[in-house]
Design a protein around this ligand. Structure first.
Ligand code: DAU
Length: 340
């Protein structure tokens, strides 16, 4: 199978590419990635460019670049997106351009190139906060952050191309991913790397927001299954194995790392902070999916990975762009420019 992967230098995309090439010796992957702040060639440093793998630097909102990259592809797995909720609150423009316009450009190219399958990688945040029960694929979308709204818009575009043009696309909606190579702005890698540096983790609000944690390699397995067996026009939720609030997550990581309570600092809440996400994954299970990773074991593995890969994350946190973002996001909340 010849696959076009978008955003393959990012956290989930790079884990997916490594998984997919290892499992499919005859497969070839072209990785179209602009290399924005969160796209990092070091995420795929072990993969030499050659017949089986090639990185093409390009913007998914650029029709010519997309059309060239899609030539000869049997299928597309579309990860490329701006994904950080807090950044979308500071400035939503990049989210609209990449997540919405970029998706439309890809969909048009997929139609022209007659690709056999288009997997649109989405998020459970499109359902909004669910006070109780589980979100099902047919539920009304109620996104609350600019990020979630841009992903909901992209989902609806994909849906419209399946209905109107018959594009064989499937949509996935995953819960919170964690694992190696996650950029250290998201809660879990921020917590781990701050603690490895003896700095506090800034906990938003009362810390009672509930998330469902999915190990990134289970996500990669689920995506491969949907790519092969998912029905065109369908949506598949991809949830994790461990639901907890942020205080529970902190306790779990503290237990693995042996960190004391003084390294948690409560800070003002994220505006519009969704209280709870929870997914019904019956459709994915009916396709034959079961998780391969236990939460605690995967969390230990993740902490160990960050411990062993300081040369991967230190430069990211020391870069001017990261420091400027961190200051804009946390300095006032933490009461000064410390806490890097
Ligand atoms: O649910 C899937 C989504 O999960 C993905 O679509 C998003 O791309 C991904 O960023 C993630 O969104 P969240 O907002 O849930 O993830 P984040 O890691 O930013 O935050 C997780 C929880 O931790 C959330 O309740 C906010 C809280 N948090 C986060 C940060 C960065 C803190 O308390 N302090 C922090 O500094």
């Amino acid at each position: 199978m010849r696959l076009l992967v978008t955003g393959g230098l990012g956290f989930i995309g790079s884990n997916f590419i490594r998984h997919f090439l290892a499992r499919n010796p005859a497969a070839r992957v072209v990785n179209l990635d602009l290399r924005t702040y969160a796209g990092n060639p070091a995420n795929l440093a072990g993969l030499a460019a050659g017949r089986r793998y090639r990185w093409v630097r390009g913007d998914i909102a650029d029709p010519a670049a997309v059309d060239r990259a899609m030539k000869g592809a049997d299928a597309v797995v579309h990860f490329a997106a701006e994904t950080h909720v807090d950044r979308s609150i500071l400035d939503a423009s990049a989210f609209l351009r990449t997540n919405v316009v970029g998706t439309q450009v890809l969909l048009d190219a997929a139609l022209r190139r007659r690709v056999g399958r288009f997997v649109h990688v989405g998020t459970d945040e499109v359902y909004g906060s669910v006070a109780r029960g589980l979100s099902r694929e047919g539920d009304v979308l109620a996104p609350n952050s600019p990020y979630a709204a841009s992903k909901a818009a992209a989902d609806l575009l994909v849906r419209s191309y399946t209905v109107t043009h018959g594009l064989p696309a499937v949509i996935t909606r995953a819960s919170n991913n964690f694992g190696p190579y996650q950029y250290p702005e998201k809660a879990l890698p921020l917590m781990i790397t701050n603690w490895l540096g003896g700095r506090p983790f800034p906990l938003y609000g009362d810390g009672r927001n509930v998330r469902d944690w999915l190990f990134v390699l289970d996500h990669a397995r689920a995506l491969e299954l949907v790519l092969r067996k998912g029905r065109p026009g369908e949506i598949y939720n991809i949830g994790g194995t461990h639901s907890c609030d942020n205080r529970g997550l902190i306790d779990a990581v503290r237990c693995v790392m042996g960190v004391g309570p003084e390294l948690v600092r409560r800070v003002p809440d994220r505006p519009g902070h969704d209280r709870r996400y929870a997914l019904d994954c019956g459709k994915l299970k009916a396709l034959g999916f079961s998780h391969a990773y236990d939460f605690k074991a995967a969390l230990r593995l993740t902490v160990e990975w960050y411990r062993a890969h300081e040369p991967w994350w230190r430069p990211l946190k020391a870069a001017g762009g990261y420091r400027a973002y961190y200051r804009a996001q946390y300095a006032r909340r933490l009461g000064g420019p410390r806490g890097r």
